[in-house]
Design a protein around this ligand. Structure first.
Ligand SMILES: [Zn+2]
Length: 274
């Protein structure tokens, strides 16, 4: 337990709108979220820090003891499989929220809360350099690592190659639809300047019509949008922080950039290419 979190109360609940897990510290001006958009089920109550509303809260006393409290009578909160109203927990406790038993990792919540403190400049315990925030006794929050990101190169390459393929296909369909215009214009010019070769004009107009129909067909049967969506979904599941305690989507940053940063911007763990 880092000293900066002592005496703090962490509010936990569903993020209004985006549906991620919202983590807030009572009285702090910033909040953070965990997981992907829409990942938290509706049985988890919303967290509105400004109103002091949440699904549950973790109170941390001055000695670092943590108490989890269910905040609404219509909620359910479980600790290690048992429904609770208020219960002492530690960093290894299993917390589940709502009747869908949405599981949350205590360490992940503490890490997130710590990130809030860092963001607002409230953490004064990080005097051991970046990534080392283990405090006096109790559960030290070690982002740890380094974790290998080697496998993410293929994930990124796959993703960008597939995305490129889809974009090129869309471009070709776009180009195809400009061909009929050219043929139609050609036909019009022939009729205007050389009426004696009129049959050619009819042929050109016929070609224009056929290409236009092909273009329309391709446009109607094109699944680029659905494919892109699926691709993004798969990518967001795979392009995640290798730290098993984090697994946060690393964002649409190219592998090249990831390799340069060498750090997960969510859990601050070290990343390596080894
Ligand atoms: Zn991470």
């Amino acid at each position: 337990m880092i000293d900066a979190l002592k005496g703090k109360t962490i509010l936990i609940g569903k993020e209004p709108g985006q549906g991620r897990l919202l983590i807030a510290i009572k009285g702090a001006p910033k909040v953070t979220t965990l997981g992907q958009i829409g990942s938290v089920p509706n049985s988890v109550s919303r967290c509105k820090p400004a109103e002091g509303v949440a699904h549950c809260q973790i109170e941390i006393d001055q000695t670092g003891n943590m108490t989890l409290t269910n905040m609404k009578a219509q909620n359910v909160t479980y600790v290690n499989g048992f429904e609770i109203m208020s219960k002492r927990i530690d960093s290894t406790s299993t917390i589940m929220l709502g009747k869908d038993r949405f599981g949350v990792n205590v360490m992940e919540i503490l890490n997130a809360a710590q990130q809030i403190l860092i963001a607002i400049g409230g953490s004064r315990s990080g005097n051991n350099g970046p990534g080392s925030v283990g405090g006096a006794g109790g559960a030290g929050i070690q982002p740890g690592g380094p974790y290998s990101i080697k496998h993410l190169k293929d994930v990124w390459d796959d993703y960008s190659a597939s995305l490129k393929k889809i974009k090129i296909r869309q471009k070709h369909i776009g180009l195809l639809s400009s061909i009929p215009i050219a043929f139609t214009m050609l036909g019009t010019i022939i009729i205007g300047v050389a009426p004696e070769i009129r049959p050619f004009a009819i042929v050109f107009t016929g070609i224009a019509l056929i290409v236009m129909l092909i273009g329309l067909y391709l446009r109607f049967t094109d699944k680029s949008i659905e494919e892109t969506e699926k691709l993004n979904e798969k990518f967001q599941d795979r392009y995640v922080c290798p730290n098993p305690k984090c697994h946060h989507f690393l964002g649409n940053q190219p592998y090249k950039i990831l390799r340069q940063n060498k750090i997960c911007s969510y859990c601050k763990c070290q990343l390596t290419e080894e």
